[in-house]
Design a protein around this ligand. Sequence first.
Ligand SMILES: [Mg+2]
Length: 234
Amino acid sequence: MVKERSPMSSSAGSAPLLRFEPSGYTPAQVRSYYGDSGSGQIAAASPYLADVRSVLDDAQVWLGEYQVPERAAIVLDVDDTALSTYTYGAATDFAGWHDVHPFAKYVMSCQMQAVAGVPEFAHWAAERGFALFYLTSRPDQIHQITLQNLLEQGYAEPAQLFCKPGTQPFPEYLPALVEGTSSHSTVAFKTATRAHLQAQGYDVIANIGDQQSDLEGAYARRTFKLPNRMYLLP
Ligand SMILES: [Mg+2]
């Protein structure tokens, strides 16, 4: 029998590309933080969105102080930075991240909503002259779907959207990205991609993501961490 391969699986079809770990919060604590009293949606008045707003405000202060140099850039993660997985999380009681097929189906449905305030932030930054790059561990096979979801949620066409290559040959700037090894980690992939941007003359003024693995490594002047109490992605 030929096993169906999900685009969220690795090219070997075995280990998923994304290795979710529990956040340490109970489902009730997560719902409370996101202001969800049963709707399965994030509430506008939630502690979560207040924390998101606070981080975006900090980023705007930081970026606002810049006389924007040529090729100044901002790097944004996608899941739970630009687009929210909350509705999927709530529907699976925050335990569905390992169910590769349902999660892939959800991602490919293109129905993910923007994290409130982030499209406006992105437009503000673009108007100031920052080039916007999206950098996600989503596999390359769903590059177009990801872009479509971003655009439908009010984001402008980015300078580029980088997804994680699943099959060799990898791009030249990802020489160490060997599947099944630690060099295939999110940190290795994202750091190498930011190094690639720098090699192209870009100066990443701000790198914004919801996971430490989005932000570790160099090649950004400052990092901004958005909250995520649903899962960890080391
Ligand atoms: Mg993320």
